[in-house]
Design a protein around this ligand. Structure first.
Ligand code: THU
Length: 167
């Protein structure tokens, strides 16, 4: 038996003032997007914004449904919308935040596992590291510089290519 250890890294910033201009702008767009969420069931309004290599920003917010699993997270709404409109543009960064209904969210909002998997696909599709910026309504900001930090031991395109006729 062999035990492996994986090292992850992320950056922590005390406030938006410490962020670079691009990250701050993207996070502000995500905060605006959160106000447009359709979240009558969870009352948890999530906003996301993705930045393309050409500088275009596309926003998304969670869209819920009375049939709960039909709804979609803010990150995937933004990501899929960006890729539908600009299929050839690499996605360089994604910011995510949320507005709660019972007190201000003071810790970074982490993307769910399904959204992480979708982000990994965007990264491998364009061979472009994806920067993820996370904050609540206030408090510290966490920045992950590539998806390896948010999801190790991933299942991605290269695995399929290795063992199927896709190669
Ligand atoms: N949600 C997101 O939009 N993104 C995430 O990464 C986590 C969860 C949404 C889904 C649902 O509408 C609500 O938040 C509560 O789970």
């Amino acid at each position: 038996m062999k035990k492996h250890k994986i090292t992850l890294s992320f950056l922590e910033f005390k406030s938006v003032d410490e962020l670079n201009d691009d990250d701050r702008t993207l996070l502000l767009r995500a905060k605006e997007a959160a106000k447009n969420a359709y979240a009558p069931y969870s009352k948890f309004r999530v906003g996301a914004a993705v930045c393309l290599a050409n500088g275009t920003i596309i926003i998304g917010s969670n869209q819920e449904n009375a049939v709960y699993p039909v709804g979609l997270c803010a990150e995937r709404v933004a990501l899929f919308s960006a890729q539908a409109q600009y299929p050839d543009q690499p996605i360089v960064a994604l910011a995510v935040t949320a507005i709660g209904s019972d007190g201000k969210i003071s810790q970074p909002v982490p993307p769910c596992g399904s959204c992480r998997q979708a982000m990994i696909e965007a990264e491998s599709r364009h061979n472009q590291p994806l920067r993820v910026i996370m904050q609540g309504e206030e408090g510290p900001i966490i920045v992950s510089e590539k998806m390896d930090n948010l999801m190790p031991l991933i299942f991605a395109e290269d695995f399929l290519k290795k063992y199927t006729e896709l190669a």
